[in-house]
Design a protein around this ligand. Structure first.
Ligand code: RAM
Length: 886
């Protein structure tokens, strides 16, 4: 069935284009029609469709201009290029210098190796952002000292005298903002302006608001919230970390049809008041008193009453305003309540069937003053009661006070919760499931990966990995989304980055976050535990955490072929490596605090030492080597031969020091854990002659635990990769298919719908791990997803960004079929296999402008005869067979 579907979907995509050669999915800086491009030479990309096999691009033509209609006739072109090249991804703009605040339209057509020329693509665009000098708006805040927990409202009424041709608004806030023009919401992004290292970067968003404005009277209304800027952040009850004054900066630029312009700015003419949001906080939730609503305040018909006050102008801070370079946070899936029920404790609880991040939309009607409280939980306890102790001090509660009119629909504005269950208190009468809906809210990243198998538990694991990603990719990659933490933990992010790039397009998301890794890096090169950094200066420099600064740029380069990420991060990568060197003696990095192999296997009753403790400095030495290796790799890509040579020597010394300090002459490691062997092998720490033997020790270790893993955050991502690399994919499968604790499938068997922080978040007897640290939505252990795509489905790249592809599925684990698809920068790569009558049947899809090496587990059968196991193909759909018993 799946094969048929794949085939059909391929041919239907061809027939949609209805021609031999076509261009589609145009991108600028990884994004579709972005509105705030700051790059001087934005990079353009496109995908190619072809009804012929083996299609390669031989050249492209690009037209860029400021006039949408004129572009086809070559009017007002700023770039008109015709280039012989196979490059179709991240092609740098090469025309006249770009102006700020300008929309550029563009289209492309390509030539291929079969002699075809595609039609011109549809016209797409990008818009340049504001340069520092272009900001004429002023920062505004409430007149008095901003001490109220209530959300300020900011309002401006204005006239537009002529007919509006187009209008763009540039908005940001200290805190969070929600903007309306003439009663209609500006854009569909939430939790804006997003979270960055505010002292270094503050993002602004750009919206095309042409459709919201009218000739004559208009009104803007904006509400502000505390958000990460002023609200609670970090686990130490810290508030006002970035500042104590919430403020708004907004610049509305209107172009009239007669060619003249008008600008409406935040300035002294705005008025402010307070509205129904009585309190809002990321961790604690929101209190909304509908009785305090100011009906119509965001429309022209409202006349501000005497309680509205003038605003105060505040000086710009040290922040640097930057256009949004990644995706914004948006609403996605909506879940109905599966049921509303009474728990044994008598509480009214709704179950949405999925642990998700976002909020509940509640419909309610009742007497004025009725107070309804929604509390959120990820799990029910053993007795079936609502359980929130693992949220620690986060209240995660939304309260609505009714005004007594008709039914009203409520949802929070400046908070989000991680939950599957909601407890409803104070609802007037019986609450039915129809009154509730849970909306998933996360960064708007395109889904790029699909993977399914013949095993239902594995499919649920893949689902859980994807939901762990959704819930923790809310503008910043966070460890967890529910308790009083939700921080950009670097270790978690590096562990999961590869998997993340299979599941979704995270190029823009990580590009944005990496800028803050660099910005928050200490002057001496040390990298904080969390980014944006909201902890203390001492909270930095842990092995496997700080290495996010090298690992993630490299992993993004691999996934998207974007050298720009390496260029932008290179100094930061080098500074981190140099920091480790500065703390090392005789090439051994054995100082400072480290988390080690966080949350490794530790039985409660550990009489004979089954706990898998790995020496922390031994781990540090491995990550040190890995970061140096990545720096060398990056230097090669960027053409920096001096760096390459110098660090090659350093790397040799680091490995020699490792062998002397942590390995016996016979090749045994001083910690005999899975993680010790995994890291030593993954990062090539051991002399070649001793590697196979070390891999055998790893296998023995896995067997000695009855085919269970014992790894924590640092060992887990590489465990199965190392086993596969040394020819033990069968052992990797044994671990993956393991259903009892500790394993990936154990939480699945326990009903998990996301990845847990701990292997035993819920113990076999139904009791919970310590509430101090027990998140049920933590993506780190979901890092196995990378292995599943690369080995089970066999989708790999042989050159960055999948210009070169390797498809090498390895069957195992009693699976009878696996099917996966990955949308790469060149188009869709698919690999689907099934085992039938002893035959392994593989169908692959290779996108245009790439080549793939296909490697089967046994010699390929062609017309009944056996050939080699390996073949190279160009674009197209192909089928292969081999006999497995060989
Ligand atoms: C906890 C979380 C997080 C981890 C740190 C070290 O806060 O488990 O995921 O990275 O500790």
């Amino acid at each position: 069935m799946k094969f048929l579907f794949l085939l059909l979907s391929f041919f239907s995509s061809v027939s949609v284009f209805g021609q031999k050669l076509g261009v589609y999915d145009l991108r600028v800086e990884h994004l579709e029609n972005p509105l705030s491009v700051d790059a001087a030479k934005p990079r353009l990309g496109w995908k190619i469709s072809s009804s012929l096999k083996n299609t390669l691009q031989t050249g492209y033509e690009i037209r860029v201009g400021t006039d949408e209609k004129g572009i086809r006739s070559g009017k007002q072109l700023v770039w008109n290029a015709s280039v012989k090249s196979d490059q179709s991804v991240l092609v740098p703009y090469g025309g006249a210098p770009l102006k700020s605040k300008q929309r550029y339209y563009w289209q492309v057509r390509v030539k291929d190796n079969h002699g075809n020329t595609s039609p011109w693509s549809s016209v797409q665009y990008w818009q340049t952002g504001l340069q520092a000098g272009d900001w004429t708006a002023k920062w505004i805040a409430v007149a008095e000292k901003d001490t109220s927990s209530r959300s300020p409202l900011m309002r401006k009424a204005f006239d537009l005298k002529k007919r509006v041709k187009s209008a763009t608004v540039y908005v940001t806030a200290k805190g969070l903002y929600e903007a309306y023009i003439n009663g209609r919401r500006v854009g569909d992004s939430y939790l804006t302006p997003g979270w960055t290292s505010y002292r270094n970067h503050l993002q602004y968003q750009v919206y095309d608001v042409t459709g919201l404005l009218q000739s004559g009277a208009n009104a803007i209304g904006v509400t502000l919230g505390d958000g990460w800027y002023k609200g609670r952040i970090g686990f130490n009850h810290q508030r006002r970390f970035y500042g104590d004054t919430r403020a708004l900066l907004m610049q509305l630029e209107v172009a009239y049809t007669d060619g003249t312009k008008e600008v409406v700015n935040t300035d002294e003419s705005w008025l402010s008041s307070y509205g129904p949001i009585v309190a809002s906080d990321v961790y604690d939730g929101e209190v909304y008193d509908a009785r305090q609503e100011k009906t119509g305040w965001r429309t022209v018909s409202y006349t501000a009453d005497a309680s509205w006050k003038p605003v105060r102008i505040i000086e710009k801070g040290t922040e640097q305003l930057v256009g949004m370079s990644g995706p914004t946070v948006k609403k996605h899936e909506v879940f109905k309540a599966l049921k509303v029920f009474k728990t044994p404790a008598g509480e009214t609880v709704a179950d949405f069937g999925q642990n998700l991040v976002g909020w509940v939309v509640l419909k309610a009607k009742g007497p004025a003053g009725t107070k309804i409280t929604l509390s959120h939980a990820e799990v029910l306890d053993k007795a079936g009661n609502f359980y929130t102790t693992n949220l620690r001090s986060a209240k995660a509660q939304n309260t609505y006070i009714l005004k007594g009119d008709a039914e009203q629909s409520f949802e929070p504005h400046f908070t989000f919760q991680g939950f599957r269950y909601v407890k409803i208190e104070g609802y007037p009468g019986e609450v039915s499931p129809e009154q509730l809906a849970a909306v998933a809210v996360y960064s708007a990243m395109e889904t790029t990966g699909k993977l399914s198998t013949s095993n239902a538990l594995l499919n649920q694991l893949q689902h859980n990995i994807q939901w762990g990603q959704k819930g923790n990719f809310v503008d910043v990659p966070t460890d967890c989304p529910q308790r009083d933490e939700r921080l950009g933990w670097t270790g978690d992010a590096q562990a999961f980055a590869n998997t993340a790039a299979y599941n979704m397009d995270v190029a823009g998301f990580f590009t944005k976050w990496l800028k803050d890794v660099k910005a928050d890096q200490h002057k001496n090169g040390n990298v904080p535990f969390v980014i944006p950094d909201v902890l203390t200066p001492n909270d930095a420099g842990a092995a496997g955490w700080a290495d996010a600064s090298t690992i993630i740029p490299w992993s993004m380069y691999q996934a998207y072929g974007d050298k720009g990420i390496l260029e932008a991060q290179f100094d930061s990568m080098k500074a981190w490596v140099d920091f480790m060197t500065s703390r090392s003696k005789d090439n051994l990095w054995n100082t400072g605090f480290h988390f080690g192999d966080w949350l490794f296997y530790r039985p409660d009753d550990d009489n004979d030492g089954r706990a898998a403790v790995t020496d922390k400095y031994m781990i540090a030495q491995c990550f040190y080597a890995n970061s140096v290796q990545i720096l060398i790799n990056a230097a090669k890509v960027l053409g920096k031969p001096d760096i390459e040579g110098k660090y090659e020597d350093l790397l040799k010394n680091i490995k020699t020091a490792y062998v002397q300090e942590y390995m016996t002459p016979g090749g045994r490691l001083i910690s005999s854990t899975q993680t010790a062997y995994v890291l030593a092998l993954q990062f090539d720490m051991l002399p070649e002659s001793l590697r196979a033997q070390a891999a055998d020790r790893l296998v023995q270790n896995v067997r000695s635990y009855g085919n269970h893993l014992t790894t924590g955050f640092l060992g887990t991502p590489y465990l199965c990769h190392v086993l596969s690399r040394f020819g033990h994919t069968n052992v990797a499968y044994d671990l993956l298919m393991q259903e009892s604790y500790p394993s990936w499938l154990y939480p699945v068997k326990m009903g998990a719908t996301t990845i847990w922080e701990r292997w035993d978040g819920i113990k076999p007897d139904g009791s919970f791990q310590t509430p101090n640290m027990n998140s049920y939505n933590h993506y780190a252990y979901g890092a196995i997803g990378d292995w599943m795509y690369r080995n089970m489905a066999g989708i790999n790249q042989s050159s960055p960004g999948y210009k070169g592809i390797v498809i090498q599925p390895v069957p195992g684990g009693k699976l009878s079929s696996v099917s996966a698809e990955l949308s790469t920068p060149y188009g869709s790569v698919a690999s689907a296999w099934k085992i039938e009558d002893g035959l392994f049947k593989l169908r692959v899809q290779v996108p245009a402008n790439t080549k793939a090496t296909v490697i089967l587990p046994a010699p390929i059968l062609k017309s009944g005869a056996e050939t080699g196991t390996t073949t190279t193909v160009g674009s197209g759909v192909y089928e292969f067979e081999c006999r497995l018993d060989k």
